[in-house]
Design a protein around this ligand. Structure first.
Ligand SMILES: [Zn+2]
Length: 276
């Protein structure tokens, strides 16, 4: 599943390609992709609208339109966008297809059927139920030491679970949680409220650092119109994370063996000597 930096890279790519383009058609082929709206309303709210810009809130990708509406999309597990020229055939699992005014098609493909779309009034965008409860943006000033300390304070949940809770910390997924906890030297099973003030500061900085590393990498990848952010995952490509996916390998800091545990059905990787 893409995490916040990957989504940010997709957003930058979409914004670059689609700003100023107009939707000539908007075909919702899989009704449950947009459960709150009929295919007819979906088309009515989008056709003829020009895309002002593409931005995001958390992992939601937002198409700001010149008709006062915003198309909200979420890639979830396997969603991805394709930009196809008129000759190209559509990939399997094309669940939404948009014809653009330059003859190209924007296709939302979703093999595992977890993706999401909705069209809402832009004036009420941040009150939309998908966005209203999200925690502050992790790369903004709102995600401050003060905010993070208050969020952890008095909380009995383990820190890994808390990091994945989008209403507390926004945009961190399974990979970045393991990576940030390792960087900060915090045990993933630690009770959130028991983490020291000093460690809280380091952990918040580590979350920002691991996200920024991927964003910097993404900034250096040339724009590929046929593969919008599709191959970007992590600072050093697959398999080169600090701890994620490295069970049984040696810790990069202390040469101990990296452990894997399961927390809430998800794998967590950590070093027993570096993370206490
Ligand atoms: Zn270690």
């Amino acid at each position: 599943m893409p995490e916040l930096p990957e989504v940010e890279i997709v957003v930058r790519c979409l914004d670059q390609i689609l700003s100023g383009r107009r939707f000539e058609s908007a075909e919702l082929r899989r009704q449950r992709l947009a459960p709150d709206i009929t295919p007819k309303k979906f088309a009515n709210r989008l056709v003829g609208a020009q895309i002002n810009f593409v931005h995001r809130r958390g992992k939601h990708i937002l198409f700001d339109l010149d008709n006062g509406r915003t198309l909200i999309t979420h890639l979830r597990m396997s969603g991805r966008f394709w930009l196809l020229d008129p000759e190209s055939s559509e990939p399997k699992f094309s669940h939404a297809v948009f014809e653009l005014d330059d003859g190209e098609r924007l296709v939302f493909q979703d093999q595992r059927h977890f993706g999401f779309m909705n069209v809402v009034e832009t004036s009420r965008l941040f009150q939309a139920k998908e966005l209203a409860k999200l925690a502050p943006e992790p790369l903004s000033e709102d995600f401050s030491d003060d905010y993070f300390r208050k969020t952890l304070k008095g909380t009995k949940r383990n820190i890994k679970a808390l990091l994945l809770d989008q209403t507390r910390v926004c945009g961190v997924g399974n990979i970045y949680a393991s990576e940030a906890l390792f960087l900060a030297g915090v045990r993933p099973t630690a009770v959130s409220g028991a983490i020291t003030k000093a460690k809280t500061v380091v952990l918040r900085e580590s979350i920002v650092q691991v996200m920024n590393e991927t964003l910097e990498l993404g900034a250096n990848i040339p724009l590929d119109r046929s593969n919008i952010g599709g191959n970007i995952y992590g600072p050093n490509s697959d398999g080169d994370w600090r701890v994620y996916g490295r069970e049984g390998e040696l810790c990069l800091k202390c040469r101990s063996t990296i452990k894997r545990i399961v927390q809430g059905t998800r794998s967590t990787y950590y070093c027993r000597s570096c993370q206490r």
